[in-house]
Design a protein around this ligand. Structure first.
Ligand code: NAP
Ligand code: GLV
Length: 309
């Protein structure tokens, strides 16, 4: 029995080392050198080549290397009946909330403009946007959205949230379901996307959505690139309807060199780093599931495949 690591675009050495430290007996195979395919019962994956997992006829669990599972479910040839798990633990929300707070405060305190001012040796105090005057709308109130909401409230922002089902988070006004979306959007000066990518949420950051926001709203997308219709964002910025955007995720990653976002003055870009998988924090739960699978116990953080997250 072996654990397969299949993450072609990631440097997996720290994760494999951490797994070995935790369990020196663990047999780890690193794709594409997987040896006898029949030995593989557990796969740790990040954007595996579609169709590849079908080779492993004894596979019992596909574990996402991150919180999202869209990179697994996009494979139309997944082996049937295999359980899917994802990462749920405290370092991920911590990283994500830090990023979101930074993006919100960067916007409110206009740090990008002060960077320009420094280049131009310009001493120009500006009036900041005050937290008490800003309502932040968070799409998705799961492990990441709920944590960000709580921390933004502590900073004095008003926070509202939108999810599929109603939530009770102290201080957060909850909007639930498609019927509540327009009302939610109409109140969000800063819109943060922390939704999973599913057939229901793909392309949700589009022109219709932007037009429902208060004029001059700011967008932060830290979920998936395919939530955003990129041309609609460019149009909304051009018309001045949106004032700016901070984007960590893109339709194509790495963002192509000739992409218009690179040179746009009102778009802040980071390379999909808003929340990272920390080997020390996350590998124990991967190993725990591996041992649970071996002894026939229920797995942790199993994904509802029908729902898509
Ligand atoms: P999660 O715990 O599964 O929470 C998802 C939230 O979205 C839930 O509140 C859910 O509502 C809501 N939701 C799902 N579909 C919806 C719909 N159709 N309409 C309204 N609300 C909907 O997910 P998470 O762990 O917080 O992670 C969210 C996403 O962040 C991940 O899927 C991943 O794509 C992204 N992410 C990005 C990074 C990065 O570095 N950029 C890092 C980690 C994660 P209910 O609770 O009512 O079902
Ligand atoms: C990162 O994007 C994740 O889904 O954990």
């Amino acid at each position: 029995m072996a654990l397969l690591v299949i993450a072609p675009d990631l440097e997996m050495t720290p994760f494999v080392e951490q797994l070995h430290t935790l369990d020196p007996e663990l047999e780890i195979r690193i794709w594409p050198e997987f040896g006898n395919a029949d030995d593989i019962e557990f796969a740790l994956t990040w954007y595996h080549p579609p169709g590849e997992l079908k080779k492993f006829i004894n596979l019992k669990c596909i574990a996402s290397f991150g919180a999202g599972v869209d990179h697994i479910l996009r494979d139309p040839n997944l082996p049937p009946g295999v359980l899917l798990t994802r990462v749920v633990e405290s370092s991920m929300p911590q990283f994500m909330s830090e990023y979101v707070i930074l993006a919100v405060l960067n916007y409110c305190r206009q740090f990008d403009i002060y960077k320009e001012d420094k280049i131009n040796k310009q001493w120009q105090p500006r009036i900041p946007l005050l937290a008490r005057d800003i309502r932040i709308g968070i799409m998705g109130l799961g492990q990441l959205g709920a944590d960000a909401a709580t921390k933004l409230i502590q900073l004095g922002f008003e926070v509202i949230g939108w999810s599929r089902t109603p939530k009770t988070i102290s201080g957060v006004l909850s909007f639930a379901g498609d019927d509540a979306l327009a009302n939610f959007l109409s109140q969000a000066n800063i819109l943060i996307c922390l939704l999973p990518l599913t057939s229901a949420t793909k392309g949700i950051l589009n022109r219709n959505t932007f037009e429902k926001l208060p004029a001059g709203a700011y967008l932060i997308n830290v979920a998936r690139g395919e939530h955003l219709i990129e041309k609609d964002l460019l149009d909304a910025l051009k018309s001045g309807y949106l004032s700016g955007a901070c984007l960590d995720v893109f339709n194509v990653e790495p963002l192509p060199e000739d992409h218009p976002f690179w040179n746009h003055p009102n778009i802040m870009i980071t390379p999909h780093i808003s929340s990272l998988t920390d080997p020390k924090a996350v590998m124990p739960q991967i190993l725990e599931n591996y041992h649970r699978m071996k002894s026939g116990k229920p797995l942790l953080h199993v994904v509802d495949v029908e729902r898509g997250y």
